[in-house]
Write a protein that binds this ligand. Structure first.
Ligand SMILES: Cc1ncc(COP(=O)(O)O)c(C=O)c1O
Length: 363
């Protein structure tokens, strides 16, 4: 049978989103994983304890609370918002998918401030949407005029990632406010890394019905394997998002665990401070190495440019991998020629990275 003939055009046009894993070749514990912005400053024991506590409270023979309502209640209480202003899904990635389901079909446009997280484009194209990009300025700030000049009636969503992956900077509040005031579509502010920065736009939710804030438990809470992301927005937007969610989309163990994690916020907050300290340590060490130029960061990763003669970011990434240190080569992205993104790890991880980096540069 010609299966291909049955498949929708949008699916034929995209390929499976590749995540490079080299676990097949090397056991996990030999690798220094600094490529996916996970958070290993959160120790595994307290997290395991939360998970076990959650398992004790849950009867997995029963379906989970519908549309993640247990997690929604815990998150909205934590933020001081109404449950009707929050929706949850399996990771912030899936929240993006839900937003596209609500707002994007063939003929719709999705505006993205590049270089940024690639999943906005991935999901937009899956629903037949057209991605329209506007470059960040040289200093990685938003080019608000260029964005506003390029949006039109077909532009349903505008994605702004703040702090931005992979540049690391948080955008100016005044720029985001201008977008909210002047763009007649939904402004999605992806705040996956906001806990490592100093401000958030979440307090503006009552003032703008076109603001949608994306958050994740994968970063500050170190719960990337659990898969929980959420959307905070106006009641109207949340209501439409809830229409496209399956009734039992988030499993009961995940819902309980994030509820317990929020009760233990003080613990996670302390770990955040550790990450911020380590970020400073890493930044100072990177600055001292000739042939590299690190950029300031408000997130749990640092972007740096390889300026050493005759060395590309791709080659340096490979050399680090040979030394069991995984980082993300971003050198192929616009504006980011020869740049590498490295996740802030524990002191041991950061030291291992700096040693491997020095050895690779001397090679
Ligand atoms: C900017 C940004 N948003 C969202 C995500 C995905 O988050 P989640 O793990 O909740 O799907 C990531 C993951 O790296 C990210 O960098």
């Amino acid at each position: 049978m010609n299966i291909k003939k049955l498949v929708q055009k949008e699916v034929l046009d995209i390929s499976c989103y590749e995540v490079k894993t080299i676990l097949e070749q090397k056991p996990d514990n030999q690798l220094v994983k600094m490529n996916l912005n996970e958070n290993f400053a959160v120790s595994s024991e307290p997290v395991k304890k939360l998970l076990l506590d959650a398992c004790q409270r849950v009867d997995v023979r029963a379906y989970p609370p519908p549309r993640g309502s247990l997690a929604v209640k815990a998150i909205s209480d934590f933020l001081g918002l109404s449950p009707s202003e929050v929706a949850v899904a399996n990771g912030a990635d899936e929240v993006m998918d839900l937003l596209m389901k609500v707002f994007v079909r063939k003929g719709s446009k999705v505006m993205v401030a590049e270089p940024t997280f690639p999943m906005y484009t991935f999901f937009a194209e899956l629903y037949g949407g057209k991605e329209v990009t506007v470059m960040l300025k040289e200093d990685f700030s938003l080019d608000v005029d260029a964005i506003l000049n390029k949006v039109d009636k077909q532009t349903r969503l505008l994605f702004v990632c703040s702090p931005n992956n992979p540049t690391g900077n948080q955008f100016r509040e005044s720029d985001i406010k201008r977008l909210l005031n002047e763009f007649k579509g939904i402004v999605v502010v992806d705040e996956a890394y906001v806990d490592f920065a100093s401000g958030s736009v979440i307090d503006w939710i009552p003032d703008y019905d076109n603001l949608a804030v994306l958050r994740s438990f994968s970063k500050a809470f170190g719960l990337a394997g659990l898969r929980l992301g959420y959307l905070v927005s106006s009641k109207q937007v949340i209501n439409y998002v809830q229409r496209v969610v399956g009734p039992f989309n988030v499993n009961s163990v995940t819902q309980q665990t994030v509820a317990l994690a929020l009760q233990n916020w003080n613990y996670f907050k302390e770990q955040l401070d550790l990450v911020v300290n380590e970020r400073e340590w890493l930044m100072e060490n990177l600055k001292q190495i000739d042939g590299l130029k690190p950029y300031p960061s408000d997130a749990n990763f640092i972007l740096f440019k390889v300026t050493a003669a005759n060395l590309s970011s791709a080659t340096l990434t490979e050399q680090l991998e040979k030394r069991n240190v995984l980082v993300k080569d971003r050198g192929q992205l616009p504006l980011l020629e020869n740049c590498i993104r490295v996740t802030v790890g524990t002191r041991n991880m950061n030291q291992a990275f700096i040693s491997a980096l020095k050895a690779s540069l001397e090679e």
